[in-house]
Each structure stands twice: as structure tokens, then as C-alpha cells.
Design a protein around this ligand. Structure first.
Ligand SMILES: NC(=O)c1ccc[n+]([C@@H]2O[C@H](COP(=O)([O-])OP(=O)(O)OC[C@H]3O[C@@H](n4cnc5c(N)ncnc54)[C@H](O)[C@@H]3O)[C@@H](O)[C@H]2O)c1
Length: 265
């Protein structure tokens, strides 16, 4: 694992690593720190464009186009890492989808889809990767959300899947710590990204103003997190400097989850 300084190019899988938000941020931070990265994404065109850009800049990238919920998807991804790079040191379960509906209006099918993508796929990727991570004394990071701790209207089931992911992360840390494997979860707050702005544009009259207002009123540090800042935290948690940190839920939210109110607003 990268906990061993003799490993010059550790290898990580990042699910949804081609995503224009946190996916890009994580992949770019890992590449900057010298990691080789296997990106999985269901968006072939977006994945290829991103992988080609990074490869042209000298990065070692393998793209696997798949849906993380497909049978065999995790095993295929681990196999791709071993075939291309010969080892696996890190896993980042980044893929996640949202669901904004009051709990009483959610159908079984909607909940199954949400739970399959946001929880089951992460479990299956951990299960497929764990023996390789044991060999390298590797590390894994799941991507949660502030919703695991604080809720907002219509986010009840999304919040439930992220809270389940947190408990699962602790379970992995407990089960595999003695084999040298670490597991942590990162809970981002609202991210500064064009897709969030586009998403919010469907919900509020002025998305930009809403995001700025959120940062002012709901955070101790009044600006939203950039995807690269989440990426740098993930890179820290996969790498050797965090070698005694495991089973932790770490919030990167500018203080959203610490703030009761702000006297200025
Ligand atoms: N954006 C935010 O403000 C925010 C805040 C807190 C937590 N999060 C969490 O961060 C993670 C990343 O979110 P993001 O909004 O930055 O997205 P992102 O930009 O990282 O994109 C996600 C990528 O995942 C891919 N994807 C989605 N479903 C997939 C599937 N079934 N199989 C394969 N690929 C799939 C998409 O094609 C996309 O490229 C998610 O887990 C999300 O819940 C996001």
C-alpha cells in the first residue's frame, strides 16, 4: 500500500471517477499525488474524454465503462486493475444518485434503485476488492453526504442510504484493521459545481443566489467546497499520512454540521 514508501505508483479504483463534480476532483487529486487510477463510469463518452485528457498529461488511467449495479461489475473492475497495473492499493466508492421525495411518496422500485446504487454497489465493490487490499495493506474511502447527519425535506431516504454507508464503513474498519486495511467515509456538504447549479435551477428561482445564500447562512466558512478539496481529503485518507486513521466519518462542509445559527444572518 502507499503506507509503504517503496511503492512509487499505488493503484486506486474510483467509481464514477469521470463525474464532472467530486469524481473529477478525486481522480485529479490522486493523479497529482502519483496514483494510477482505474475509473469506472457508465457514461462512455464522458469517461473517454476525461481519461484521454489525463493520459495525454502523463497520467496512468484505465477506464472501465459499466454500471456499478451490473452483476459482476466490481469483479470486472478489480480484474482490470490487476491486468493493467498488477496491484490494488485503494478503492473509492464515489458513485451516488439522489432522490428528493417525501418518504411516504417513494415507491419500492425507487427505493431499491437508490439503495442499489448508493449502498449495495459500494458493499459489492468492497467485497470484490478486499482480498487485494489485504495483500497491499490498502485503504478505502466511501463518499457519503452531510445528509447522513442532518436532514432536509424530501431527503429522508437518500440520508438513510448515506447513514447506512457510514455504519458499513466502520464495519469494514473493524473487520480488516488487523490485516492492515483502513476504511473511512467522507461526508461532503454542498459542492461548488455547475451540475449542482443546474440541478438547483429546477428547484429554486435563482440557483446561484441560493448557493451563495446557503454558504453564508449555513456554513461557518462562507463558501462552498470545490470538488478538488474533497479529492485532496480522499487522497490524504488513501495515503500514508493517515496511516492510523480508520473507521472515521469526516465532514468536509465548511462547518454546516457544526453550526446552529450564525448571528450575522
Ligand atoms: N454534489 C454534491 O454537492 C454532493 C454533496 C454531498 C455528497 N455528494 C456525493 O458525492 C458523490 C459524487 O457526487 P457528484 O454530484 O459530485 O457526482 P460526480 O460528478 O462525481 O458524478 C458521478 C458519476 O457517477 C456516474 N454514475 C452514476 N450512476 C452510476 C452507475 N450506476 N454506474 C456507473 N456510474 C454511475 C455518473 O455517470 C457520473 O459520471 C455521490 O456519492 C454523492 O451522493 C455529492
Amino acid at each position: 500500500m502507499p503506507n509503504d514508501p517503496s511503492v512509487r505508483a499505488p493503484v486506486a479504483i474510483v467509481t464514477g471517477g469521470a463525474g464532472p463534480g467530486i469524481g473529477h476532483g478525486i481522480t485529479e487529486s490522486l493523479v497529482s499525488a502519483g496514483w494510477s487510477v482505474v475509473i469506472t463510469d457508465r457514461q462512455a463518452e464522458r469517461g473517454r474524454a476525461f481519461a484521454d485528457k489525463l493520459t495525454a498529461a502523463g497520467a496512468k488511467i484505465e477506464l472501465v465503462v459499466l454500471d456499478v449495479t451490473e452483476p459482476g461489475a466490481p469483479e470486472r473492475t478489480v480484474q482490470a486493475a490487476l491486468e493493467r497495473f498488477g496491484r490494488l492499493d485503494g478503492l473509492v466508492n464515489n458513485v451516488g444518485v439522489g432522490l428528493t421525495k417525501r418518504v411516504g411518496d417513494v415507491t419500492d422500485e425507487e427505493f431499491s434503485r437508490l439503495f442499489n446504487v448508493d449502498f449495495m454497489a459500494s458493499f459489492r465493490f468492497v467485497r470484490a476488492a478486499i482480498s487485494e487490499l489485504c495483500k497491499t495493506r490498502g485503504s478505502l474511502v466511501n463518499i457519503g453526504s452531510v445528509h447522513a447527519k442532518l436532514n432536509a425535506e424530501k431527503y429522508g431516504l437518500y440520508a438513510a442510504t448515506k447513514a447506512a454507508l457510514e455504519a458499513f464503513t466502520r464495519g469494514v474498519a473493524v473487520d480488516y484493521g488487523r490485516q492492515g486495511v483502513r476504511a473511512n467515509i467522507v461526508h461532503p456538504g454542498l459542492i461548488e459545481s455547475p451540475q449542482n447549479e443546474a440541478l438547483l435551477a429546477n428547484l429554486v428561482p435563482d440557483a446561484r443566489a441560493w448557493m451563495d445564500d446557503f454558504a453564508q447562512k449555513r456554513q461557518c466558512i462562507p463558501r462552498l467546497a470545490e470538488p478538488g478539496e474533497v479529492g485532496d481529503l480522499v487522497e490524504f485518507l488513501l495515503g500514508p499520512k493517515s496511516r492510523l486513521i480508520t473507521g472515521q466519518a469526516i465532514f468536509i462542509d465548511g462547518g454546516t454540521t457544526s453550526l446552529l445559527w450564525n448571528n450575522e444572518h
